[in-house]
Design a protein around this ligand. Structure first.
Ligand code: GUE
Length: 284
C-alpha cells in the first residue's frame, strides 16, 4: 500500500507556479491577485483563509482578504463582490463558505463574475463542466484528479469508479471529471441501500460523505485506489471519512487526512487564479 501525499504533490505544483510568477515579475508586468471575502469570526474559516494567504505568499501571488462583520447585510456583501468584479487588479474572487445563516450563499455566488470565479462555484462554470465547455473547475475535484494523475491513473477506460457523496462542491463534479476520463461512474449517498457492496466494486473509490471514519475495509476492493475527501474534527483531531488503518489493509493507494486532498484544494485555487490572470491579461 502506498500513501498519496497531497502536500508534497501540492508543493511541487506550487514550485512551478512560483517560477511562472517570478517570470511575470521579471517582465515588470502586473502580478496575479486573489481576493478572499471572509464574513464573521468562525475559527475554522479564519484558519482556512490563513492557509490560503500563506499559500499565495509562498508563490509570490498577491492576496487581499476583505473581512466583513458577522452581521453584514446581503446588500453590503453584494456591493463588495460587485466592486471586486469591477476591480481590474483582481483576478480571482473567493467567498469563504459557509456564510452566516442570515446570508444567501447562492445569491452571493451568482454575483461573482464567472471569469473571476476561481472556486468554480458559479452556476455558469458548473454548467460549463456539465457540458464540456472550458471554465473554472471546483478546486477540490480538480485536486482529486491531480492526485489520480500523480499515480498514473489518467485514462480510466475499463475502470469502475464509485463516488460516495453527491454534493455540488465535490461529489457531482468529481463524477463528471471521472466520466470525462472514460471511467464507469456510480454515485452513492446516504440513502443508497447496500452502499458497502457497491463501493467494494470500485477500482477507484472517492469518499466525500462528510461522516468521520465511516468507510472501512468492507467498502474497499482488494487493490483499489481510495481518495478521502473528508475533513472532520473529532476531539480536536483532524480525520477523514475513511478509517485509514482499516482501508489501508486492502487498498493499493490511499490518501491521508491531513496532508491529502486539503493542501491540493488550496493549490488548485492558486492554479485557477493564475489561469484567470492569463485570461484577464489577454483581454487587457
Ligand atoms: N469558498 C470556499 N472555497 C473553499 O475552497 C473552501 C470554503 N469555501 N470553505 C471551507 C472549505 C475547506 N477548505 C479546505 C482547504 C484546505 C484544507 C487543508 O489544507 N487542510 C490541511 C490541514 C489544515 C489544518 O490542520 O487545519 C490538510 O488537510 O492537511 C482544508 C480545508 C476549503 N474550503
Amino acid at each position: 500500500m502506498e500513501i498519496i501525499y497531497g502536500n508534497t504533490l501540492a508543493d511541487r505544483i506550487k514550485a512551478d507556479m512560483k517560477q511562472k510568477i517570478d517570470d511575470i515579475r521579471a517582465e515588470g508586468a502586473r502580478l496575479p491577485l486573489l481576493s478572499v471575502v471572509l464574513v464573521g469570526n468562525d475559527p475554522a474559516s479564519i484558519s482556512y483563509v490563513r492557509g490560503k494567504e500563506k499559500a499565495c505568499s509562498s508563490i509570490g501571488m498577491l492576496q487581499r482578504t476583505i473581512r466583513l462583520d458577522e452581521n453584514v447585510s446581503q446588500k453590503e456583501l453584494n456591493d463588495v463582490i460587485m466592486s471586486l468584479n469591477l476591480d481590474s487588479e483582481v483576478d480571482g474572487i473567493l467567498v469563504q463558505m459557509p456564510l452566516p445563516s442570515h446570508l444567501d450563499e447562492t445569491a452571493a455566488l451568482e454575483l461573482i463574475d464567472p471569469q473571476k470565479d476561481v472556486d468554480g462555484l458559479h452556476p455558469m462554470n458548473a454548467g460549463c463542466l456539465l457540458t464540456n465547455r472550458p471554465g473554472f473547475i471546483p478546486c477540490t475535484p480538480q485536486g482529486v484528479m491531480a492526485m489520480l494523475d500523480s499515480i498514473g491513473c489518467k485514462d480510466l477506460s475499463g475502470k469502475r469508479a464509485v463516488v460516495c457523496g453527491r454534493s455540488n462542491l465535490v461529489g457531482k463534479p468529481v463524477a463528471l471529471l471521472l466520466q470525462n476520463r472514460n471511467a464507469t461512474v456510480t454515485i452513492v449517498h446516504s440513502k443508497t441501500p447496500d452502499i458497502e457492496k457497491i463501493a467494494s466494486q470500485a477500482d477507484i473509490l472517492i469518499v466525500a460523505m462528510g461522516v468521520a471514519q465511516m468507510v472501512n475495509e468492507n467498502w474497499v476492493k482488494e487493490g483499489a485506489v481510495v481518495i478521502d475527501v473528508g475533513i472532520n474534527r473529532v476531539n480536536g483531531k483532524l480525520v477523514g471519512d475513511c478509517d485509514f488503518e482499516s482501508v489501508a489493509k486492502k487498498a493499493s493507494y490511499v490518501s491521508p487526512v491531513p496532508k491529502g486532498v486539503g493542501p491540493m484544494t488550496v493549490c488548485m485555487l492558486l492554479s485557477n487564479t493564475l489561469d484567470a490572470y492569463h485570461m484577464h491579461v489577454q483581454g487587457e
